[in-house]
Ligand binder design. Sequence first.
Ligand code: ATP
Ligand code: MG
Length: 387
Amino acid sequence: METKNILVVDDEPVNIKILKAMLSSESFNVIQSSSGSETLKLIEQDLPDLILLDVMMPDMDGFEVCSIIKSQQDMRRVPILMVTALRDKIHRQKAMEAGADDFLSKPIDRIELLIRVKSLLRIKQYSDEQLEHLKILQQKNQKLKELERIKDGLTHMIIHDLRGPLTSISMNIELCLMKLEEDLPIRKYLENTGNLCLYLNEMIGGLLDVHRMEKGQLKLEIGPIDPKELVSDALEQFKPQLEAKQIDLSLAIAGDTPPFDADYRLIKRVIGNLLDNAIRHTPVQGKIVVYAGPDQVQKRIMIKVSDNGRGIEKKYRAKIFDKFEQVKLKKEGISTGSAGLGLAFCKMAVEMHGGDIIVGEGIGGRGCSFSCILPIRPDLNQVTVDH
Ligand SMILES: Nc1ncnc2c1ncn2[C@@H]1O[C@H](COP(=O)(O)OP(=O)(O)OP(=O)(O)O)[C@@H](O)[C@H]1O
Ligand SMILES: [Mg+2]
């Protein structure tokens, strides 16, 4: 074990001599100081492992020295053992208030001194080790954050650069389709490939939007919206899937639904994501209801997509808004072929408008529902996005 440095502070040379003699049986390195001011100077240069501090000293008493040391961030970890001739409670209390770690009364008993010194040194050793671990963890954390930043930048660059070639592929498919005769069977494969390109393009758009929202770089383009027009528009692209799964979709727009201000493109994509999820998780011949109406809270509108599909267990409901989270399906080992980004996008987009998105019960005790609550006139200065 490395030699521990003990600073003995006393204005009486004879007392220092006695303490040094008592400590000599152990391999401590004893440093000495005869006043408060000298002690503070010594500690500033080099921190000892423990201080044995006399109370009664002429220039600055031990209580004062102790409170100065304990008020300094870089010094306070050094344990202070106060040595006092005074047995009364008031002085013990004063020593504790000054931040002393323990105290000894004169005349000093050698065994008692060694027990206290060793015990305080052991505690200090543990705390030093903890501090060392904390430093290592902080450094690792810093490194991880830096790597995460680099990885984020790289991913963003790759996603961004995918768009160019993808657009070229789509255009080439379009050209081929224009040149091919109507009844050629190969058209079907090309059309499928074209649709997959559109899907990939949507996915890339979603990733880029989430990235922009996280960085606070996405600016909302707020304009007046007719709820019925918005919902019908969002539904349009899902007609083939609804038909294929024979899903019974009903649209319910309350008569008193007010027009509201929002970013049309973003909110349409929010509803699109909710519909996409509802269709995917609802069985053949299932039921989906899209409702729009005024919210219970005044000056807010609610757009709600409910289904009677497989639903989401309550314990997973808070998690599904995290990026890349596909809770239950992932656990069951079923691949969805999707990114797990839709709801994270929805939450951020709705929050950017000062709104909220709530997951709740579905239709007839089955499935689930997602309600987007949006202010009719968003106050963009008040908005905070949680991600
Ligand atoms: N209507 C729903 N019914 C049942 N589970 C749902 C429903 N909507 C979302 N979920 C669950 O929440 C998870 C997260 O949904 P989210 O839309 O974020 O991702 P995704 O649909 O898997 O992928 P992406 O939307 O990026 O294509 C889904 O994987 C699914 O497990
Ligand atoms: Mg989704």
